[in-house]
Each structure stands twice: as structure tokens, then as C-alpha cells.
Design a protein around this ligand. Structure first.
Ligand code: SF4
Length: 551
């Protein structure tokens, strides 16, 4: 375990909370010290849910450790059952409580409550939030559908497995959970697609399902798996026990949505063509439209959970015409899928849960656009790069009041808008560069879409040393060639690296370079000057560095 300022995933019991909070009629008793109740805020403050998660914490304190914490836990379970009257309970321990080894499973079992009590073994020091969510969902499905699965096994052994009743095929939709990135809106889009195909949904799980309803998941004909990180393990078990096939395509982007519709139609035995013909695919037309040629070949860095990162890379490369220059994920359990997709794009995947590694890679690659999580949003902001959020971990603005799915044809439209607009704003800023010197659009002004108040021009840049412009300043300022990454440039015949400073007129010249490549131009010039032993960067040094890195 590593102390960190930011983390991509919480401990596994936060994953369990995401399942419990998504469901109805389930209660979670968590053996946890005072202070661990912070996790409530994820749901009430970030997701803006209108009620607390259905979790009872034992909230033991330091002084309780000398006494009977096991009794404390039993009392909490008994009282939670009496107060909330749930259809089922899940019980477990948080990281700290795991260390005192009170055995929540045994203690809850000894209470002999009249509802199913499902113990969770979530190793906090080896596993993380998504794994915790998947394991909790799997344990719930396995234990609540267990009696039906047993009956089916016995009927099959006796050769009495009933034939499937005639009529339209029904499916479960598995994966949407609390605190998921756009799960609420994705689900609405999937409901719409399935309705267009005439397919009935038996249950959605875990979002909105009760333990009693969950026990009947096995009655559906097949499963639509939206987020393998959460529903993959449970779907595999349902396939083994009930023979339910599961979808393999995630409907992310226009092409994948079409493939998903065909896959679902094949599982349900219906014709996909009428539903596909009725769809208005704006994203596809927009991506091929005239102004999108400005966007072709833009260099994109992608990082997120495996599902979203892999899907986003395919859309970026295959539908938008971007060049994916970096791809990575913090989902170690799904690293293989990410590596395969990265390899298909000629890249080596970045698999890490250390945001400093991600920041270093972004700074090195200097992409035109970052698609990432809240972490990458912060990183991109600091580096002055356009960014769109595509994956958990999320922040409050990722739960918009409006409808903004990521999946399905409407999701593809949303992706187009949210990825392309930061770049178009970049182009506008470029044009606004023609008005540099104006009180609002001077060189020191930050890109307007990245926020921040306007600064008066006088404050932004130091006065030039001389009134006469340098001869080079008359030439159009241009950024170092994008196609020639700094790391690939020829080595500089070097003096020992030294500290450098910018002459005011060179700083002014740098300000004329469009903001989205200014950071890279600054870094390349400083590196060039430092390695050549140039203490003061002049306009000449700036252009020499440009010539060097353009070679
Ligand atoms: S001990 Fe575990 S649950 Fe408690 S604050 Fe730390 S990470 Fe969170």
C-alpha cells in the first residue's frame, strides 16, 4: 500500500458500496473505524444521490480496540436488520478493520437472521474498487441465484430440463452501478436500442434491482454486459449455470453500436436491419464533414478504466481520424485487453495506478488532446492541454443534469461533441492569435475555454529590452514540427546542462506561438539551451531550437 494524494480506485469495500447503493432492499454492514464514513460523500456529494448509501458502519474508535469489537459488530448487524428490514444483508470489513480479524462472516452467521446474509471477503491490501464491485456482484448473484441454479442442475441430471417457453427472447442488462461514469444515461440508451429491436428486458442489475428480483436472473435468455469490470465475473457464472450467452461488444461509438445491435439481434433471433435503418447517426456524418479535416491526425493520449480506454482508442483511431499516441489503464485485471489494443495501434500500453507516471508520459508526448479521468483532467489543465473525461474516477461535473450517455448512437454523438469541441476551441484561439496585443486576446491570456479571468496585457509579459524588433521576430512564429517528437531529435553536441533564463524579447516571441504548442516549444527551447550551455535564451536561441527539432 502506498500513501498518495490522488488515487484512481478506492479500496474494494468502496466497490461493494457501489453495488449496495445501486440496489434496492439490500443493506451493507461494514466493520470500519470512525472516519471511514467519508465514503458516503462519494455518493451524496459527487454523484448527487438524494439519499445516503444503505451502509451501517460499526465506527469503532481507538478506545474500543481494548474491548470487544466483535460484539460491537454483532450489535451493528442486529440493529441494522431491525431498523432497515432489508431483503438481504452483505457484511464485511474495511482496510483497517481487516487488521483486527473479527471475522464478520462468522459473527453475522451466528446471529441467525431471517434473511440471507452474504459475507464479503475483500482483501483490501491486494485488490481495489472495481475488483470489489465485481466480487460483490458475483457473490450476490451466486448466493441469491444459487437455489435456482441447483434446481436446474438437478433437473438436467434427471433429464427433465424444461424446454424454453415460446415467445420473444428476454435479456438481463448487467453492469450499471452507483458512481459509474454515465451509467444512468447509458442504461436509458440501451433500453431504447433494445426496445427498437423488440427485445424485452427481464432485469437490469445491479442498478435498481432488489435481492428477490436478483434471484430470478437465470430466467432470462441472455445477458447484455455493459461494463465487464463490474459484471464480467457474474455473467460468466450465469453462463455456466443457466446457459445464458452474454454480449461481447460494447456499444461505444457508431461502428461498435452497429456491431452490438447485430450481436444482440442474433442472440434474440430478430432482424436488426429495421432498427439500424431508423437510427440517425449524426456522429458519423459530423466526423466526415468538411471542418473535421482540421481534426484529422490530431495526436490523442487516452487513459482510463480498461473498458472505456480500449473503446475510446478504437473510436478515436477508427471513427474520428485521430492519431492515438498513448494508451493506458489503471485496471490491472484487464491489462491484457489494453495491451492488445495498444499493440494494434503500434503502441506500448501504460499500465499503472500512479498518476505521476501518467503525467510524465503526457508531458513527454505533448498530445493535442487528452481523453482520461478526473486525474488526467487536472494534469492536462496544468500542462495547458485540451481534455475530455471518458472514464471513472469521476467528479461532480461528470454527473450532469442533462442526458449525456456514452453508449449507443446518441452516446456516439456525445463523444463527438465532447472530444472535438476542445480542439475546435483551440482552433478559435489560434485565429484569435491574429488579434494578439488586443486587451482581451494578448499573448499572456490563457485559453478562454480552460477558464481563469482575463489578465491585462501589461501584467502578462515583461517589457522588451529594446524598442527595436529583432529581425527574426518579423518572420511568422511557428511551433516545432509536431511530427518530429522531441525525443527523436538528433542529439545536441552538448556542454554540461545549466540553468537558463528567458530574455524578455524571447519570452514575448514565445507568446506568439499558439497556446496548444507553446508549452512544448518552451520545453524544447530550454532543453536545447541548457544542453548547449546557453544561459540566456534569446529570440535567436528560440529559432535555433525550432530549427534543431524540426530536422
Ligand atoms: S483505511 Fe482504508 S477505508 Fe479507511 S481511509 Fe484508509 S483507505 Fe479508506
Amino acid at each position: 500500500m502506498q500513501l498518495t494524494l490522488w488515487t484512481y480506485e478506492g479500496p474494494p469495500h468502496v466497490g461493494a458500496m457501489r453495488i449496495a447503493t445501486a440496489m434496492r432492499g439490500l443493506h451493507y454492514v461494514l466493520h470500519a473505524p470512525q472516519g471511514d464514513t467519508y465514503a458516503d460523500l462519494l455518493f451524496t456529494m459527487i454523484e448527487r444521490r438524494d439519499r445516503r448509501p444503505p451502509v451501517t458502519y460499526t465506527t469503532f474508535q481507538a478506545r474500543d480496540l481494548g474491548g470487544d469489537t466483535a460484539e460491537l459488530f454483532k450489535t451493528a448487524v442486529r440493529e441494522a436488520h431491525a431498523r432497515f428490514q432489508p431483503e438481504a444483508l452483505i457484511v464485511g470489513a474495511s482496510c483497517t478493520a481487516e487488521l483486527i480479524q473479527d471475522d464478520p462472516a462468522g459473527l453475522a452467521g451466528a446471529l441467525d437472521l431471517p434473511v440471507p446474509v452474504i459475507p464479503l471477503e475483500l482483501p483490501s491490501y491486494q485488490k481495489k474498487e472495481h475488483w470489489g464491485a465485481a466480487e460483490t456482484f458475483y457473490q450476490l448473484v451466486r448466493s441469491l441465484c444459487g437455489p435456482a441454479a441447483r434446481a436446474r442442475r438437478e433437473a438436467r441430471a434427471a433429464g427433465e430440463l424444461p424446454a424454453r417457453p415460446a415467445g420473444p427472447r428476454r435479456c438481463n442488462v448487467l453492469g450499471p452501478a452507483a458512481l459509474g461514469f454515465r451509467h444512468r444515461d447509458d442504461l436509458a440508451e440501451i433500453r431504447r436500442l433494445l426496445a427498437a429491436l423488440g427485445i424485452e428486458i427481464h432485469h437490469v442489475a445491479p442498478l435498481g434491482i432488489s435481492p428477490r428480483e436478483l434471484a430470478t436472473l437465470g430466467e432470462a435468455d441472455f445477458n447484455v454486459v455493459l461494463y465487464p469490470e463490474i459484471a464480467g465475473t457474474a455473467a460468466a457464472w450465469l453462463k455456466r449455470e443457466f446457459g445464458q450467452p452474454a454480449t461481447t461488444v460494447l456499444p461505444y461509438g457508431s461502428r461498435a453500436t452497429e456491431a452490438f445491435v447485430r450481436e444482440v439481434a442474433a442472440l434474440a433471433g430478430v432482424d436488426p436491419e429495421p432498427a439500424l435503418a431508423a437510427e440517425d447517426r449524426r456522429a458519423r456524418w459530423y466526423a466526415a464533414s468538411v471542418d473535421s479535416t482540421y481534426l484529422t491526425g490530431k495526436r490523442v493520449f487516452i487513459f482510463g478504466d480498461a473498458t472505456h480506454a480500449v473503446a475510446a482508442a478504437k473510436v478515436a483511431a477508427g471513427e474520428m481520424g485521430f492519431e492515438v499516441v498513448g494508451l493506458g489503464s489503471y485496471s490491472r485485471e484487464f491489462a491484457r485487453e489494453v495491451r492488445e489494443t495498444a499493440a494494434s495501434l503500434g503502441l506500448e500500453a501504460l499500465i499503472t495506478d500512479d498518476y505521476l507516471d501518467v503525467e510524465a508520459r503526457i508531458a513527454e508526448l505533448q498530445p493535442d488532446l487528452v481523453l482520461g479521468t478526473q486525474m488526467e483532467r487536472h494534469i492536462a489543465k496544468r500542462l495547458g492541454l485540451p481534455c475530455a473525461v471518458i472514464s471513472a474516477p469521476v467528479h461532480v461535473q461528470d454527473f450532469p443534469a442533462r442526458y449525456a450517455p456514452q453508449l449507443g448512437f446518441e452516446g456516439a454523438n456525445v463523444l463527438f461533441d465532447t472530444w472535438v469541441h476542445p480542439l475546435m476551441m483551440g482552433l478559435e484561439e489560434h485565429l484569435l492569435g491574429m488579434f494578439r496585443g488586443d486587451f482581451e486576446f494578448h499573448e499572456g491570456a490563457a485559453p478562454s475555454h480552460l477558464g481563469g479571468p482575463a489578465r491585462p496585457a501589461a501584467q502578462a509579459l515583461p517589457e522588451p529590452l529594446t524598442a527595436e524588433p529583432q529581425p527574426q521576430a518579423a518572420e511568422p512564429a511557428a511551433a516545432p514540427a509536431r511530427a518530429t517528437p522531441a525525443v527523436a531529435a538528433a542529439p545536441i553536441a552538448a556542454a554540461a546542462p545549466i540553468d537558463t533564463r528567458w530574455a524578455p524579447e524571447a519570452e514575448r516571441e514565445l507568446g506568439k506561438i499558439p497556446f496548444f504548442v507553446r508549452g512544448k516549444a518552451r520545453r524544447n527551447t530550454e532543453r536545447y539551451a541548457s544542453e548547449l550551455g546557453v544561459a540566456t535564451i534569446t529570440v535567436e536561441t528560440l529559432y535555433d531550437a525550432k530549427a534543431h527539432y524540426s530536422r
